[in-house]
Write a new protein. Structure first.
Length: 667
C-alpha cells in the first residue's frame, strides 16, 4: 500500500463506497490518515459520585435487577435495569435497543456508557462497553451512507499496513526541538487512537502548530509576492493637491482617519503593490478616506473603481463622489441600466474619459474594460467572494487593492489572520457624531416602547424595526417580519409602515429603501438586509426584536444604521434571553459602543466564523486549529514564518518555502 493509492482499493471500501469518502475530501490513503476526528468518546470508567448533570461517562457496576423491556408505542421501546457501584444504586435506561437485554444478567458486572441525569439518579444509556475498550474512541464527521464503524475500520486497516512510515516529516528539527513537538507520524497515529489524554494533547498541539505554521508561511509568501517591485504600480501625485482637497471638506478628518490615509497614500506612492485592509468601526468615516485614495489615483492619470454589495449603496457613494469631486468624470455602473446608457458608460471607461467608477458586481461582468485602472476598492469586502475580487483586480495591470470592512476585528487578530495584507484601522468617531443610547427591554415591556416611539414619531423621527425571521416557524417562537408589519400597521394607522426582507427582488428592495430615505415611509420593518445600508439621517430609532438571536457584531452593525445625523438616537433591544451568554450579550451592548471591544467579546463567545465570514473571506477552514482559541499558537507560528522569509536563502528555510503553494489563493 502507498500513500497515493486510491481509497477504493482498501478492503471493504470499493468504488461505490469510495464516493461517500470522497464527499468528505478523502480520495487517497494519505487523505484518510489526515482526516482527523473532531472529538473523542472517553470510555474510561468513572465513579458515579463525581459525575455532573448532563455529562457523558462510563459507569461500571453489578447488575442488581433483571432487564425489563417495555414497548411504549409502535417501534418504540425502553430497556431498564439497575446496577450497583459501591454503595450507589443507579437506574439505567436504553431506548430502542431491546436486544441489549441479552447482555444484562443479575450478578454480572457491566460497563455502560451514557448521559448522567442527576435529578433522576439515572444513566441514559448509549452503548454497552467492553471493559477491554476502557479508553478513547474517535468520533468523525460523516456523510449519509458512511458509518462511523466503516471509517474507523478503514483507518485501522491503513495503520496495520505500515504505510504510516512513508509519511514524511514536514517540520524542521529546530522547530521540533524548540517547541518540544512530537514527530508527524506519532502525532497522526495519536490523533486517531490516543493511548490516553496526555498523548492526545501532545498530538493536538503538534497538528495545530503544523497547520497554523503552514498557513502563516502561505500568507508570508503571498505578502512577499505582492510586495515584489515588478508587480506594483507607482502612483505619483502631488501631496499638496490632496491637502487642498482635505481643506475643502465640510468637516475635519479625525486623527485616525488622517493616519489611515497616510498609510494608504504611502503604499500607493511606493513601487510595491498595495494590498491593504481598511477597517473601522460603524460610522468612523472610512468612506472619505477611500474617496481621497481614489482622488490620488486620478491625480496620477489612473482610474479608480469602488465595488459595493448593493445598488442603493452604490448610488449613495456615487452622489457623495460627485459632490466631493465636481471636477472629475464619475460613472455609476449597476445592473438594470438602459442599453444606450450602459454602452456610453462602458465606452467612457475604456477610453479613459471616466476617472472614477462606483458599482455593484456589474463592475466585474464581461465587457467592462478600463483604460488605465490604478486602484480597486471593495467595500464590505466579506460580501464578495475571493474570485469576484480577483476578477476586478484583473481588469487592470495589477492595480493597487484596498479592501474595506465595517466589521471590527481585534487589531492583533486582524494582523495575524490577514497576514498577507497590511491593516489600517480607524478606531475614532468623527466630531459631532451623536452617541447612541442602547436599552435592553423584555417582551412584556414592548407596549411602553411603542408608546414612547409614538411621541418620537410625532416629532418627525423615523424608525427601523428589525426581526430575525421572515415567515412563521414552528421551531422558533419569534416575532417575524410579516407579523410585525401587520401589527405595527394596526398600532400606528396614522403612519406609513414599510416591509423589507431578503426574499424580495433587488429592485423591490431598492425602491422600499429609497422611499424610507426620502421620508415617504415612517417605520421600516426589516430583516437584517439593512445591516449594510444607506445613510438615513432622520432615522433615529432602531428596535431589534429577539435581539438575543443575533451575535454582537451583527447587533453592532444594525445599531450603526441610526445616529447618522445630528439628532439623538436610540437602539432598543427586545429580548427575553434564556441562556447566560444571551443575557451577557445584551448587557455588553448597553455598556459599550466600541466595536473593537465588542469584536473581542464576540470572538470569545461565538468564534471566528462570525467575524471573518470564513467561506466568503477566503480564509481556510482548519482541520483542528481555531483562530481564536489557538491564538497563542497562531502568534508563535506567525513569528516563525516571518523568520523563515527573512533568511530564505538558508537551505532549511528554502525547503520550507518550497512546500508552500504561493499561488495567491486559498483553496
Amino acid at each position: 500500500m502507498r500513500l497515493t493509492d486510491s481509497i477504493q482499493f482498501l478492503k471493504g471500501v470499493g468504488p461505490k463506497s469510495a464516493e461517500n469518502f470522497q464527499k468528505l475530501g478523502i480520495f487517497t490513503v494519505e487523505d484518510l490518515l489526515l482526516y482527523f476526528p473532531f472529538r473523542y468518546e472517553d470510555f474510561a470508567a468513572r465513579s458515579v459520585f463525581e459525575l455532573l448533570d448532563g455529562e457523558k461517562a462510563t459507569i461500571i457496576g453489578t447488575v442488581v435487577t433483571p432487564a425489563n423491556v417495555q414497548y411504549i408505542r409502535h417501534k418504540m421501546s425502553r430497556l431498564s435495569f439497575k446496577i450497583k457501584q459501591g454503595e450507589a444504586v443507579v437506574a439505567v435506561s436504553f431506548f430502542n435497543q431491546p436486544y441489549l437485554a441479552d447482555k444484562v444478567e443479575v450478578g454480572r458486572e457491566i460497563a455502560v456508557y451514557g448521559k448522567w441525569e442527576q435529578r433522576k439518579q439515572q444513566l441514559l444509556g448509549m452503548k454497552v462497553v467492553a471493559q477491554a475498550d476502557n479508553g478513547f474512541e474517535p468520533v468523525y464527521h460523516l456523510v449519509a451512507g458512511l458509518k462511523q464503524t466503516a471509517l474507523v475500520k478503514a483507518i485501522q486497516q491503513v495503520f496495520d499496513s505500515g504505510v504510516l512510515s512513508d509519511l514524511t516529516e514536514n517540520l524542521p528539527d529546530y522547530l521540533l526541538t524548540k517547541y518540544r513537538l512530537i514527530s508527524r507520524q506519532e502525532a497522526v497515529y495519536a490523533m486517531h487512537f490516543p493511548s490516553d489524554m496526555s498523548a492526545h494533547k501532545q498530538a493536538l498541539r503538534r497538528v495545530k502548530f503544523e497547520e497554523l505554521f503552514f498557513f502563516q508561511l502561505k500568507l508570508q509568501a503571498l505578502k512577499n509576492k505582492e510586495k515584489s517591485g515588478r508587480a506594483g504600480l507607482l502612483i505619483d501625485f502631488e501631496q499638496a493637491d490632496i491637502e487642498d482637497k482635505i481643506f475643502e471638506l465640510p468637516f475635519e478628518l479625525t486623527g485616525a482617519q488622517s493616519s489611515a490615509l497616510r498609510e494608504i497614500l504611502s503604499d500607493m506612492k511606493s513601487p510595491y503593490h498595495m494590498n491593504r485592509l481598511l477597517q473601522g468601526d460603524v460610522g468612523s468615516g472610512k468612506t472619505v478616506v477611500a474617496e481621497l485614495a481614489m482622488y490620488a489615483a486620478c491625480l496620477s492619470n489612473f482610474q479608480a473603481a469602488l465595488m459595493v454589495p448593493t445598488e442603493i449603496l452604490a448610488r449613495q457613494h456615487f452622489v457623495n463622489l460627485q459632490k466631493t469631486f465636481p471636477e472629475l468624470n464619475i460613472s455609476l455602473l449597476v445592473s438594470g441600466l438602459k442599453v444606450a446608457e450602459r454602452r456610453e458608460i462602458l465606452a467612457d471607461l475604456a477610453s479613459g474619459h471616466t476617472h472614477m467608477v462606483v458599482g455593484t458586481h456589474a463592475l466585474i461582468q464581461e465587457g467592462v474594460d478600463f483604460y488605465n485602472l490604478g486602484l480597486v476598492i471593495t467595500d464590505e469586502q466579506h460580501r464578495f467572494g475571493v474570485n469576484q475580487r480577483k476578477i476586478l483586480r484583473e481588469k487592470g495591470q495589477n492595480p493597487d487593492v484596498l479592501m474595506m470592512t465595517a466589521t471590527p476585528i481585534p487589531r492583533t487578530l486582524a494582523i495575524t489572520a490577514f497576514g498577507d495584507m497590511d491593516v489600517s484601522i480607524i478606531d475614532e468617531l468623527p466630531k459631532g457624531r451623536q452617541p447612541i443610547t442602547t436599552c435592553w427591554v423584555k417582551h412584556e415591556q414592548l407596549p411602553d416602547v411603542l408608546k414612547w416611539m409614538n411621541s418620537e414619531l410625532i416629532s418627525g423621527a423615523q424608525v427601523y424595526f428589525v426581526s430575525p425571521l421572515i415567515e412563521e416557524s414552528e421551531m422558533l417562537d419569534l416575532k417575524n417580519a410579516e407579523a410585525l408589519f401587520a401589527e405595527l400597521t394596526v398600532e400606528f394607522p396614522q403612519y406609513r409602515v414599510g416591509l423589507l426582507h431578503g426574499k424580495m427582488k433587488n429592485d423591490e428592495k431598492e425602491g422600499i429603501m429609497q422611499d424610507f430615505k426620502a421620508g415617504k415611509t415612517d417605520i421600516l420593518v426589516s430583516t437584517t438586509v439593512i445591516e449594510v445600508g444607506v445613510d438615513v439621517p432622520n432615522a433615529t430609532i432602531m428596535v431589534i426584536m429577539d435581539a438575543d438571536r443575533f451575535g454582537l457584531s451583527q447587533l453592532h452593525q444594525l445599531r450603526g444604521r441610526v445616529g447618522r445625523g445630528s439628532k439623538k438616537s436610540y437602539t432598543i433591544l427586545v429580548a427575553n434571553p434564556k441562556s447566560e451568554s444571551g443575557k451577557k450579550r445584551m448587557k455588553i451592548m448597553c455598556e459599550t459602543q466600541n466595536g473593537f471591544v465588542l469584536a473581542e467579546e464576540d470572538l470569545k463567545m461565538r468564534g471566528a466564523g462570525e467575524i471573518f465570514g470564513v467561506r466568503q473571506s477566503g480564509l481556510p477552514e482548519f482541520l483542528v486549529a481555531d483562530l481564536v482559541n489557538d491564538y497563542n499558537i497562531l502568534e508563535v507560528a506567525r513569528m516563525e514564518a516571518v523568520e523563515v522569509f527573512k533568511t530564505a536563502a538558508e537551505p532549511v528555510h528554502r525547503w520550507l518555502i518550497e512546500q508552500v503553494d504561493s499561488t495567491g489563493e486559498f483553496d
